[in-house]
Ligand binder design. Structure first.
Ligand code: AMP
Length: 278
């Protein structure tokens, strides 16, 4: 397995694979890898000949005062996990490699990135869409895998990939959960033991909500149920929304493909989860 730090080397490596007729798959991450990330690597390996995991804690998707400085960085462990999973290369650039000091260009998506996580983190998705574009141009993948855990992000990235004509197939990876039901996240390590227990209410109530919803169900009542459940154990709800699973338009009556998106703070951790309701 190679660890590649320069964009140009990464491009050359990817091109050399393609010359030999191999397809290239990318799994973009911010590192601190867990089984959720590795499930995406697994999915990618079934759909591409060569596997690249990118590890880059992207400063432009963090707002001032967020957890950029304390975001976990565990490269040696990440490297071991990737080696064991049969990854061909880790793309591990520095901040100055990805953002030269005089860099002034951005990529933004203007509809799907509004509201939800974009409401509470207004500069977040511009950072995500810019870095993913730059990672695409470094890794030159045929396939890219993103997790459904970050559902809005997945839809935003699908949209820019389509709108900007990247010849890249996006594969969504299902949410990988701890045995308790908590969606795995690098940020779960911010939780105390008690907060970890309390946070189980998110998935428990989402599952209950999914079992209650049928065609034409009142989704306002479902949102209220979730708000009450999560608040009852001290979770601080950022948003709970019911949306069309493709367009992310908010809906109040269950029809078509309905996704329920949740973001809630438990202590220092802002946790995301979601479920298909219909
Ligand atoms: P991150 O390192 O948190 O930026 O995540 C990198 C990729 O892994 C994103 O596409 C996430 O949606 C995905 N991911 C993170 N946690 C999970 C999980 N528990 N299940 C599935 N995908 C995940």
């Amino acid at each position: 397995m190679q660890v590649v730090e320069s964009i140009q080397e990464m491009q050359l490596l990817s091109q050399s694979w393609k010359t030999k007729g191999c397809s290239v798959g990318a799994v973009p991450t911010m590192g601190a890898l867990h089984e959720g990330h590795m499930s995406l690597v697994d999915l990618c390996s079934q759909n591409a000949d060569k596997l690249v995991v990118t590890i880059f804690v992207n400063p432009t998707q963090f707002a001032p005062g967020e957890d950029l400085d304390k975001y976990p960085r565990t490269f040696d462990r990440d490297k071991k996990l990737c080696e064991e999973a049969g990854v061909d290369a880790i793309f591990f650039p520095s901040v100055s490699e990805m953002y030269p000091g005089d860099s002034t260009s951005w990529v933004s998506e203007e509809i799907l990135s509004q509201g939800f996580c974009g409401g509470s983190r207004p500069t977040h998705f511009r950072g995500v869409t810019t870095i993913v574009t730059k990672l695409y141009n470094a890794v030159l993948p045929d396939v890219a895998v993103f997790g459904e855990k970050d559902y809005q992000q997945l839809q935003v990235l699908r949209r820019i990939t389509r709108d900007l004509n990247f010849p890249i197939q996006i594969l969504p990876g299902p949410i990988f959960r701890e045995s308790s039901g908590l969606a795995m996240s690098s940020r779960n390590r911010y939780l105390s033991e008690q907060e970890r227990k309390d946070s189980l209410i998110i998935y428990k109530s989402l599952k209950e909500a999914a079992s209650r919803v049928e065609e034409n169900s009142d989704l306002k009542a479902i949102r209220q149920f979730l708000t009450d459940e999560i608040s009852s154990v001290g979770g601080n709800v950022d948003y709970i929304e019911t949306v069309n699973a493709d367009s992310l338009e908010k809906i109040d009556v269950a029809q078509g493909s309905v996704r329920c998106l949740v973001a809630a703070h438990f202590g220092p951790a802002r946790l995301l989860d979601n479920i298909q309701l219909l």
